[in-house]
Design a protein around this ligand. Structure first.
Ligand SMILES: NC(=O)c1ccc[n+]([C@@H]2O[C@H](COP(=O)([O-])OP(=O)(O)OC[C@H]3O[C@@H](n4cnc5c(N)ncnc54)[C@H](O)[C@@H]3O)[C@@H](O)[C@H]2O)c1
Length: 323
């Protein structure tokens, strides 16, 4: 199978690429390597992939129609597109809504339009738990999600429904995966777990928006990658929650574990709550269990310990990394 994987140098994308290569797929990775966060991390991830047989990489922007169309023409037949390329910052999307829309909604439409043209039968789209703002816990896929509170969430909703239109008219099989706060080694430096670990390790103030009691259904990145690869075999149009499958964990509990692991005291610095953030998230993952036979394998604190060990083993990269 030949897969076009967008966002291949990203956090989740690099794990999905590895999981695909392990299964013997050919992976055509693309990424525009933008500087939303420190690009050294993207090159670090990419370097681990470039040496692997079956992996090809193209530095292309999905919102650049001309370059993307030329890529589809050049690479030939594909079995599927997995679209993980996105601007993914909830708060940052309030600053740059046009960029978020252009990347996440228009970029996604570019892919669908080229899939239609080249008759690519399968599309897996990374979507988000952020869509569930204002709905009751635990979040189920049947709940209407028409009240996004960030341009990021709104742009993902646009991508979801446009994929539905392409499924309906052109028979493209679509799996929309709503990921719930993903964490793991070589993560994203704009996300809480990465920052908390670095701030505690470096002895810097740990910034917490709100009182720290907000909680997340954290999901280990390898579990997310397994679900994403499994979704390639689904037919029709399906929306699936990909969450941790356990009670959510509060940010304060995360910091306490990091303190104990590193044997360092965190300097907590509380800031006003952010209006674009959800207070709690919790996924009902029964649909993913039924349709994919998938269940998360990694316990939250085991995953957190693995993440901490990665931070301890990669100080040359991390000491100068901008948070
Ligand atoms: N990490 C999470 O907790 C989480 C939760 C829900 C949904 N998601 C979604 O999962 C996907 C992957 O997220 P991630 O956490 O790995 O983020 P990431 O930022 O690490 O990865 C996204 C990658 O896409 C690339 N990219 C951005 N715009 C692009 C463009 N126009 N053209 C080509 N490449 C582009 C970036 O350079 C980056 O490498 C995203 O779609 C994100 O919205 C992530």
């Amino acid at each position: 199978m030949r897969i076009l994987l967008t966002g291949a140098a990203g956090f989740i994308g690099s794990y999905v690429a590895r999981a695909l290569l392990e299964k013997g797929y050919e992976v055509i990775g693309l990424d525009n390597l933008n500087a939303y966060y420190d690009v050294r991390l993207k090159f670090y991830r990419l370097n681990t992939l470039l040496t692997q047989k079956g992996f090809h990489f193209f530095p292309i922007d999905i919102s650049d129609w001309v370059s993307l169309a030329a890529l589809f023409k050049r690479i030939g037949p594909l079995d599927a597109v997995i679209n993980l390329a996105a601007r993914a910052g909830v708060r940052a999307s309030l600053e740059e809504p046009l960029l978020y829309h252009h990347t996440n909604a228009t970029g996604s439409l570019h892919l669908l339009e080229l899939m239609r043209h080249y008759q690519v039968p399968r599309y897996v789209l990374a979507s988000t738990s952020s869509l569930y703002a204002g709905t009751p816990l635990p979040f189920t896929e049947e709940q209407p999600v028409n009240t996004p509170i960030s341009p990021y969430a709104a742009s993902k909703k646009a991508a979801e429904v446009m994929a539905y239109t392409y499924h309906k008219h052109y028979g493209i099989h679509v799996s929309v995966l709503r990921y719930f706060t993903v964490y793991g080694p070589a993560g994203r430096p704009d996300m809480s777990i990465f920052r908390f670990i670095e701030w505690v390790y470096r002895g810097q103030a740990v910034e917490i928006y709100g009182d720290g009691r907000q909680s997340r259904d954290f999901t280990f990145v390898e579990d997310v990658a397994q679900a994403t690869v499994a979704a390639l075999r689904l037919e029709g149009y399906a929306i699936l929650n990909i969450g941790g499958g356990r009670a959510p964990t509060s940010l304060l509990e995360v910091v306490e574990f990091i303190e104990r692991f590193l044997n360092k005291k965190a300097k907590l610095h509380f800031l006003p709550p952010q209006g674009a953030d959800l207070v709690h998230t919790q996924a009902d993952i029964s649909r993913a269990q039924t349709l994919l036979g998938w269940h998360p394998q990694v316990d939250f604190y085991d995953g957190l310990a693995r993440t901490l060990n990665w931070h301890l083993s990669n100080r040359a990269l991390l000491d100068n990394l901008t948070l």
